[in-house]
Design a binder for this molecule. Structure first.
Ligand code: SAH
Length: 248
């Protein structure tokens, strides 16, 4: 039987938020490849091989998965959330591009998943009801000046902004710098949401404003949403009206 590779997302956490198609893809796999904590979220049968690795070596993990598939294995590469959003699917194609030309002929598929931004939005209402964008604050793979340029452009265009990777132990100051930059363009009253562990039983939400937002409230499991000029609160919910004229 010829090999295959499928890139699968676990969703944000709760088992029900993993799609049936992703569960079926995992069940068909002979080999599961991924960062340890993500692999821990999925059931592994005794007849399946588990290849857990460190988070920092995405490209090595991608090459391992491609080598296994070209040796005839049915490989599932596991990411959190959606596998195409700041995750493994792009690393797989990068490895294909720079690797063995035969890899281009492999059966490679990507299964969509529920990304953190959607789970976080659902915890608070409908903050992504108007135009929005997603930016990763991590400067592991891009320059901080690139992050700043994109934040400023997104603020000037009045997008709702979803920030992935807002903070880590290695990067404690960047979210504060991002808020400072956004305050030069957006109103201090702009709603800001810190959503931690969205789509899990431990979900926590902090609703604040750009003027008052405390960057130390974010960690690696937090998604930060910064509203557009029309984003508002109604009762305990936050939403962005679909009409730019505002609501109601
Ligand atoms: N592929 C993933 C994102 C990987 S980047 C996805 O589609 O969701 C990792 C970042 O995603 C984290 O630093 C955090 O900002 C965010 N994240 C992942 N799971 C989350 C969750 N359950 N709640 C809030 N943010 C989450």
């Amino acid at each position: 039987m010829s090999g295959s590779l499928v890139v699968v997302g676990t969703g944000p956490g709760k088992a029900e938020l993993m799609t049936p198609a992703s569960q079926a893809a995992l069940a068909r796999a002979t080999d599961l490849v991924g960062y340890g904590p993500y692999l821990d979220r999925v059931p592994v049968r005794s007849d399946q091989c588990r290849h857990a690795s460190d988070n920092r070596v995405e490209l090595d993990r991608a090459r391992l998965a491609l080598s296994l598939a070209s040796a005839g294995r049915q490989v599932a590469v596991v990411s959190g959330g959606d596998p195409g959003v700041f995750a493994m699917a792009a690393a797989i194609f990068e490895a294909v591009e720079s690797g063995d030309p035969a890899w281009r002929g492999l059966d490679i598929r990507v299964e969509p998943g529920v990304t953190a931004m959607l789970a976080a939005a659902a915890e608070v209402g409908a903050p992504l009801g108007g135009d929005f964008c997603a930016i990763s604050l991590s400067d592991n793979l891009k320059a901080w000046t690139t992050v700043e340029r994109r934040l400023k452009a997104a603020a000037e265009a009045d997008f709702v902004i979803a920030l992935y990777n807002p903070a880590s132990k290695a990067r404690p100051h960047q979210l504060g710098q991002a808020f400072e930059l956004l305050r030069t363009v957006k109103a201090a009253a702009t709603p800001v949401l810190f959503v931690r562990a969205a789509g899990t039983a431990e979900a926590e939400v902090i609703t604040t404003t750009l003027g008052a937002a405390d960057p130390s409230r974010a960690d690696m499991r937090t998604l930060v949403i910064i509203g557009a000029s029309t984003t508002r609160q109604v009762g305990r919910w936050v939403y962005t009206p679909r009409s730019e004229r505002g609501a109601p």
